[in-house]
Design a binder for this molecule. Structure first.
Ligand SMILES: [Zn+2]
Length: 284
């Protein structure tokens, strides 16, 4: 089943006098949504007790929880000593995600740094191979790890690169951030076909099963010559992308992703918007 929800708490959530994670699931449910992404972007700093106490609240409200791993993961880090830290950020996120009752960990794969693109990407693939072993060693095979398509040109994470990554392990499925794809390609996503081309490429490359319930991030994003600048809201009518052609493409291909809206501050109402658009488009 396709799911929609926000990444983190919106401005309206705080304006309503709410502030606690315990209050997020009901807020999401009351808006008619059924997914929520919790960010460990600045570190996996939630205690086990807290995660265990939140799990039944998400469950009771019918909200699927996913977590975003720390932003400072860099699987192309040339320093071998530092790579263990990235692995630990991923395993810590996974263990906390499991306590929260979820099974999806989203992560930003890598930065190119001073390396040539091919060398950085090759290193990233090697580390993902190694991490696939760690997943088994640590008994984390129930967790899905989602490398994300990235918005800045200097980041590893094109549609092609993320597809390649997902071939490495059964535990890897893509997080396609269409705002990022659009930003790094300077506004490339406009028509239904623009989405179909990319989705079909990924289906051909990694198989329909892995794509059926892929993970999605969506927001409009300002971009410059270097790609992503900042996340916008659905008010934007300049940078895009628009959700309507994507909703049509999803229906045509019968794909039912977990759709996380990352609008800046309005991520909950914009997720409702996405859900309504999806419900109103026909697949012809
Ligand atoms: Zn992300």
């Amino acid at each position: 089943m396709i799911k929609f929800g926000p990444s983190g708490n919106s401005i309206a959530f705080y304006n309503a006098g709410l502030s606690k994670s315990e209050q997020s699931p009901k807020w999401v449910k009351d808006m008619g949504l059924n997914a929520f992404e919790y960010s460990f972007g600045r570190g996996v700093n939630m205690g086990d007790d807290k995660a265990i106490s939140l799990a039944p609240i998400f469950k009771e409200n019918g909200v699927e929880i996913s977590v975003h791993a720390p932003y400072y993961i860099n699987l192309s880090n040339p320093e071998e000593e530092n790579i263990e830290k990235s692995f630990t950020y991923l395993t810590d996120s996974a263990k906390k995600c499991r306590l929260l009752g979820g099974n999806r960990v989203i992560f930003h794969p890598a930065s190119q740094g001073k390396m040539k693109r091919e060398a950085a990407f090759e290193l990233c693939l090697q580390r993902l191979n190694k991490f696939a072993e760690i997943i088994k060693e640590q008994g984390l095979t129930d967790i899905i790890f989602c490398p994300e398509t990235m918005g800045k040109l200097a980041q590893i994470g094109t549609v092609e690169e993320v597809s390649e990554m997902c071939l490495i392990s059964e535990n890897y499925i893509p997080c396609i951030d269409f705002g990022h794809v659009n930003a790094r390609e300077w506004g490339s996503l406009k028509s239904v076909d623009d989405y179909l081309v990319r989705l079909n490429y990924m289906i051909d490359k990694i198989g329909y099963e892995k794509m059926r319930n892929f993970h999605m991030h969506f927001s409009k994003i300002e971009y410059s010559s270097k790609g992503e600048v900042k996340h916008l809201t659905f008010e934007d009518d300049h940078y895009g992308p628009d959700f309507t052609p994507l909703a049509k493409a999803l229906k045509i291909l019968k794909l039912e992703p977990v759709c996380i809206c990352e609008s800046s501050g309005t991520q909950d109402v914009d997720a409702v918007n996405m859900q309504m658009i999806y419900g109103s488009v026909d697949n012809l």
